[in-house]
Structures are given as structure tokens and as C-alpha cells.
Design a protein around this ligand. Sequence first.
Ligand code: F6R
Length: 241
Amino acid sequence: MQVIKVKNYEELSKVAAEIIANLVKEKPDCTLGLATGSSPIGLYQNLIKKYEAGEISFKNVKTYNLDEYCQLPKSHPESYYSFMHRNLFYHIDIKEENVHIPNSEGNDLQKLCDEYNDLLHKATIDLQLLGIGANGHIGFNEPGTSFEQETFVVKLTEKTRQDNKRFFNSIDEVPTYAMTMGIKNIMQAKKVLLVASGANKQEAIKKLLSGEVTESCPATILNRHKDAIIIVDEAALGLVK
Ligand code: F6R
């Protein structure tokens, strides 16, 4: 696991965008695994700038997102479908048919999970981008999830719902369930890039960097990935009070 220490969110967003842009330049038809949440917004902005400057094109890039809320229509502003389009896809030249986000709209969620999992089996993700939950989750693989888990419907922990409340009007509006790639899917990516910023990530980062691998902190599995990069800022490292 390679650890890149940066000063703050701004630097983290630049360094992470550089890594992704270099991959897109080297392999214009690469496959990216993408994440939502606050952590990747700055790096997506940098990627948009690079696209606008003519440095990179997403014309032949394919993407697979980690997760999606259940019980929320795609059209809801806080669905991950809306998030990805608002923060990245509408601003670059990616083809809609190359964008894959778990579809949780429908009654048979198991069937929808299986369909997404089949797509993942057929794909090879060159780089999987990850944020990290304050409780160490990656995707929505909450503490205690088996490392062998593939795409599934998860009941979100109260901690995660509270953490995500900031995007909604009240806690009652935060979905209770989500569909997520499993840890096994994530580990199949050729390269993993995890970005962590802010003091609320300190505990999870401390566990991740301790080298111990435990299902009680899902991100620690990355210690077993052969090409994982962790970009962490001073606040997440605990250097800033
Ligand atoms: C998002 C995802 C989550 C987030 C994590 C951190 O697609 O899978 O694991 O990366 O909850 O969220 P933020 O970045 O908002 O702190």
C-alpha cells in the first residue's frame, strides 16, 4: 500500500486527479470505478478542468459506480445517479451508455444486484476510486461485512445515516438501505485509489495504516491489495487539531 500524505483537501484533489488523468491519457479506453460523497468532488472538478483544457477525453472511458441508495428514485437530487451527473458526467464527453450505476429502482432488488454483479464480472476495472466512511466502510460495506461479499443490498448503520444527513433535510429522509459493490468486487480492481480528508476520518485512517486486516474496519482489506494508493491529508492523519 502506497501512502501519499498531502496538506489539505485542495492538494488531495489535485494529486488524485493527476493519477486518474494520467491513466486516462495512457489508456483512453480505460474503465474507472467511481465513488460519490464529499471526498471526490474536488478531484472531479480538477478532472473537468483538465477535460476543458483539452488535456484528456472521456470519449472511450467506461465507468462503474460503487453504490446507490435504495428507496430513492434516480431523479432525486441526492441519488448517486444525480450526484454523478451533476458533479462529473454532464461536464465531460463521456457516453451515457458507458456509465454504469447500480439500479435500485424496482421491486426485485436481488435481481437488480445480480444484474450489476454480472456486469462487474464482465468488466475489468483499471482503477477503483474510494472514499472512506468514518466507521471504515468502503462503498457501503459496513463494519462486519465479509471480505467475500459481492454486490448486495445493505442496511446502513445509524452512524452512516447520521454522517449522510447533511445532504438531506432531516434524518428521516436519509435512506435506510443501499445497493453496493461488495468488498470482493472492489478488490478485483487492478488499482485502488482511496482519498481521505478531514478529522472525522482519523480513527478509520489510523486502523487502515496500522496494517491490521479486520472485517470490523472494512478498508483495512486494502492492505492485501497489490496496488493500492491512499491519499490522506493532515487532518485525516491527525496532525491537525
Ligand atoms: C460513496 C461511498 C462511501 C463514501 C464514504 C465517505 O460512493 O461509497 O463509501 O466514500 O461514505 O463519504 P464522504 O466522502 O462524503 O466523507
